[in-house]
Design a protein around this ligand. Structure first.
Ligand SMILES: *Cc1c(COP(=O)(O)O)cnc(C)c1O
Length: 234
């Protein structure tokens, strides 16, 4: 996509975040914007970076590693890589070595591997547990009733930092309907904060291009926006 367009789109999303926060009485600084750059060429990420964007979300490991190589000159400039796609156990090593965050941990085995494989000279890997908030058969994520047990186990792993919860709700029409699963995820995070007071549980990773405002209204601290920044995917 044309560089100017990426920057215009990015600024429009930033303005929407500010407007939404104003309307619901939140400080815009408490909502981080994750630019979801799956399927996008490195030049699009570079355009966003030049406009101040630092957090990028990727779904496919090899694609992400390729782009990280192309953007290696920016590595010291505060680029922060978030893995947000389904993670198979044979891919955990690359995720543990090349990312700052993994949002899609939904079972203990994956978390254990990430902890063992996280290089010890790197800071702990930031983790969100993915919750299948609508119980959809087609979606990954832990069931809501599994979250407490999974979180307690993940909190014990030395090279991980349990930051919060992530969800991708089923598509819904209208803000009131969209808010329901987000409110449930926020409630689950509050329960975890009580259950595990020593953990840095400060992250609700929720809200995409079509439901960002509803997520912010329900307490999202990180919104994951692809289409509205980089355009429609093929
Ligand atoms: C693709 C993707 C997004 C971004 O979705 P858009 O609708 O393009 O904003 C967010 N989160 C996850 C996990 C994704 O896979």
């Amino acid at each position: 996509m044309r560089k100017g367009t990426v920057v215009e789109n990015l600024n429009a999303v930033r303005a929407r975040i500010v407007a939404c926060c104003r309307a619901c009485g939140r400080d815009p600084a408490t909502v981080a914007l994750l630019a979801v750059s799956k399927t996008r060429p490195a030049e699009d990420l570079r355009a966003a970076y030049e406009a101040g964007q630092r957090d990028f979300g990727e779904n496919y490991l090899q694609e992400a590693l390729d782009k990280q190589g192309e953007l290696a000159d920016l590595a010291d400039g505060g680029l922060c890589w978030h893995f947000i796609g389904p993670l198979q156990s044979n891919k955990t090593r690359a995720a543990a070595e090349a990312f700052h965050w993994v949002h899609s941990v939904d079972r203990l085995k994956i978390a254990q591997r990430l902890s063992v494989q996280r290089p010890t000279q790197m800071p702990p890997l930031n983790i969100c547990l993915q919750v299948n908030i609508d119980g959809e058969a087609s979606k990954s994520g832990a069931a809501p009733e599994e979250v407490a047990g999974l979180a307690a186990a993940v909190a014990q792993l030395p090279n991980l930092k349990l930051r919060g919860l992530m969800a991708i709700p089923a598509a819904r029409e209208g803000a009131a309907e969209q808010r329901k699963p987000f409110a449930r995820l926020a409630e689950l995070l509050q329960q975890l904060q009580v259950q595990l007071p020593d953990q840095p549980l400060d992250t609700l990773s929720m809200g995409m291009s079509g439901d960002m405002e509803a997520a912010i209204e329900c307490g999202a601290t990180m919104v994951r926006i692809g289409t509205d920044i980089f355009g429609a995917r093929q």
